[in-house]
Design a protein around this ligand. Structure first.
Ligand SMILES: [Zn+2]
Length: 409
């Protein structure tokens, strides 16, 4: 089953997240080059659009997922040995919230090329037993509370959105739902932090991830939510980071409840890769704890650049991601004011290896600390945990609206 393959990645035998980033880099460079040539030559434009694979890739990157699926199914029907087409088809299915079809497509690609460890990792992620039956839409859980929360939030949505756009200088997202990956920290043999009462971080994070996803679905906004794990399995940092590309995430949110030496540290602390004030003492303690469990060495570098041009594209993307990450973190922090840990924590930069590996705006959220007695009592209580998930869900809805995703109406 998938477990053995996932275990293989932990052992370092798999391919790290590099292929995703390399693909994206290659795509951006190709796109930049193509744009320059296309501007000069209508002929080259015609030739490029005559390549069905390039056209399908373009549809997928433009978020036209249904059109990409139609095009890719046509290509794979005509050419059942086209490994790349099956991989793109798998990504398209995954992004449209159809994990079974995505898995089937990735398995076809693996049948053609069994040595493709990256696609095997994506297949392993999708092979998890889905607890959320309809990841993209559907309002089966918590309808009442969710709807109420959504309408309350709507009042501030426009102002938030305008502020975000004014600050970032970017227009709102043109089409499609906001796409969120929620990552439940730790899992399997990696319990994460363990509290004095035996409360384990991996269980807290999974429950919070599932509850938060259900709350957001209940709000009926159509936001596309994907979870990195839905059961008690271990995922490598590379596998978590690969979910960003697999699901074309707008935001990657990793949930934790760490254990640190200072038992007084408590509340919700949000971390991004780069931030205004730089790493504070809490950020340093959390990074030391989390990086050790993730198996990262201190000073974990970002993926190496291949050439100056690629480096410039990569650095530009990283800078933009850092700016967006910081904005999302600020909105999330503000939105969680009413939660059970209100009035504590804040936003800080942290040298977390997971944030370094993720190629999208990303926030690492310490949702309380199992090492703090008061926090552990809240996190061990199902009702208060749901309250925490509810406040996080409302904050996420604020963030998505600020970014211009799935604005209602
Ligand atoms: Zn953790």
């Amino acid at each position: 089953m998938p477990m053995s393959d996932i275990a293989k990645f932990q052992a370092g035998k798999g391919t790290p997240a590099a292929p995703c980033r390399a693909n994206r880099r290659r795509f951006l460079i190709r796109l930049a080059g193509f744009a320059a040539v296309a501007a000069l030559s209508p002929l080259s434009l015609a030739l490029a659009s005559a390549d069905p694979m390039a056209a399908a890739q373009h549809l997928l990157d433009a978020g036209k997922i249904e059109e990409a699926v139609v095009s890719l199914r046509r290509i794979t029907a005509a050419d059942p040995r086209n490994e790349r087409a099956f991989i793109l088809l798998g990504r398209a299915w995954a992004q449209s919230g159809k994990p079974a079809q995505a898995l089937a497509a990735f398995r076809e690609a693996l049948r053609i090329n069994p040595a493709d460890t990256h696609t095997r990792m994506l297949a392993d992620i999708l092979a998890q037993r889905p607890i959320l039956e309809e990841p993209v839409t559907g309002a089966k859980h918590g309808e009442k509370g969710g709807r109420r929360s959504a309408s309350r939030l709507e009042k501030t949505a426009r102002a938030e959105r305008e502020a975000f756009v004014a600050e970032s200088g970017r227009p709102p997202r043109p089409t499609g739902p906001f796409r969120l990956v929620i990552d439940a920290g730790h899992g399997g043999p990696d319990a994460g932090g363990v509290g004095a009462s035996g409360l384990r971080e991996k269980n807290v994070t999974l429950d919070l991830a599932l509850q938060t996803a259900r709350e957001i679905q209940g709000a009926g906004t159509g936001m596309a939510i994907f979870l990195t794990r839905m059961s008690d399995i271990r995922l490598s940092t590379a596998a978590r980071a690969a979910c960003v590309d697999l699901y074309a995430a707008d935001l990657f949110l990793s949930l934790h409840a760490p254990s640190v030496d200072d038992a007084a540290v408590s509340g919700v602390h949000l971390f991004t890769r780069q931030g205004g004030g730089g790493p504070d003492a809490v950020a340093q303690a959390v990074a030391a704890f989390e990086n050790r469990l993730a198996g990262a060495v201190p000073g974990f570098p970002r993926a190496g650049h291949h050439g100056v041009e690629a480096g410039l594209v990569r650095d530009g993307m990283a800078r933009r991601q850092d700016v967006d990450s910081a904005r999302y973190a600020a909105i999330l922090e503000k939105g969680m004011g009413g939660g059970p840990f209100s009035g504590k924590g804040g936003v800080a930069a942290a040298g977390l290896s997971l944030l370094d590996a993720v190629d999208a705006p990303a926030v690492f959220a310490a949702m309380g600390f199992v090492s703090n007695a008061k926090d552990a009592a809240v996190l061990a209580d199902a009702d208060r945990r749901n309250e925490l998930a509810g406040s996080l869900a409302r904050a996420i809805l604020s963030a998505s609206r600020a970014a211009g995703g799935n604005a209602p109406g």
